[in-house]
Write a protein that binds this ligand. Structure first.
Ligand code: CTP
Ligand code: MG
Length: 180
């Protein structure tokens, strides 16, 4: 029961987890805010780029399509009826995750935090909030069927731990500047 909730939560959130990691690898180039400032601080900062956002979103969508190709064998192997991703849901999960992360940078700059500064809580859940808000907006029927209340609860509890592990890993590998 709990195992199937965790499996569903992890599977359904994969297209929202991967964009951030892909953006770290692909980042660079022109910042989204074009260097603009608001009241003496950058609007978003150099850590939010067009290339990172585009590659991150594309990576999430491609992953969702790849998961669709293996949803039957994987469901059989783990004994859980995992959902396939409708294209609008896949796009919403990936783009929503990127948007949530960008929104968090906006809030970080407004609260005086420099690029790369930690904002505990927000860092771990910004992309979850963005992905869930977007998928419920864009694909409400799919989202309601997949993200039941227990699944959302598991996502909210599990994601911070998972986020911490992947970011410490990326930091240890030298691909990320900070371990958060
Ligand atoms: N990145 C990007 N575009 C995005 C998100 C991330 O290019 N939309 C890249 C940037 O190179 C960024 C790195 O991934 O520096 C790490 O992402 P993140 O930790 O989200 O950004 P920070 O540099 O820590 O900036 P901020 O303080 O605004 O979160
Ligand atoms: Mg950061």
């Amino acid at each position: 029961m709990v195992g199937s909730l965790v499996a569903t939560a992890f599977w359904a959130m994969l297209p929202a987890y991967v964009p951030n990691n892909a953006a770290v690898l692909a980042g660079g180039g022109r910042p989204i805010d074009g260097g603009r400032e608001l009241r003496g601080a950058r609007l978003l900062g150099d850590g939010k780029t067009w290339r990172g956002t585009a590659v991150g979103t594309a990576a999430g969508v491609v992953l969702a399509l790849a998961l669709n190709a293996v949803v039957d064998p994987v469901s059989g192997a783990v004994g859980v009826d995992l959902p396939a991703f409708e294209l609008p849901a896949a796009v919403a999960l990936a783009a929503g995750a990127m948007a949530g992360d960008i929104g968090a940078s906006f809030l970080k700059r407004r609260s005086g935090r420099e690029r790369g500064a930690a904002f505990p809580g927000l860092d771990q859940l910004d992309f979850v909030a963005g992905a869930l808000a977007a998928v419920f907006l864009v694909a409400p029927a799919w989202a309601t069927a997949v993200f039941t209340l227990p699944v959302v609860a598991v996502v909210v509890v599990m994601t911070p731990a998972f986020h911490l592990v992947t970011n410490v890993g990326a930091y240890a590998l030298g691909v990320k500047a900070e371990p958060w």
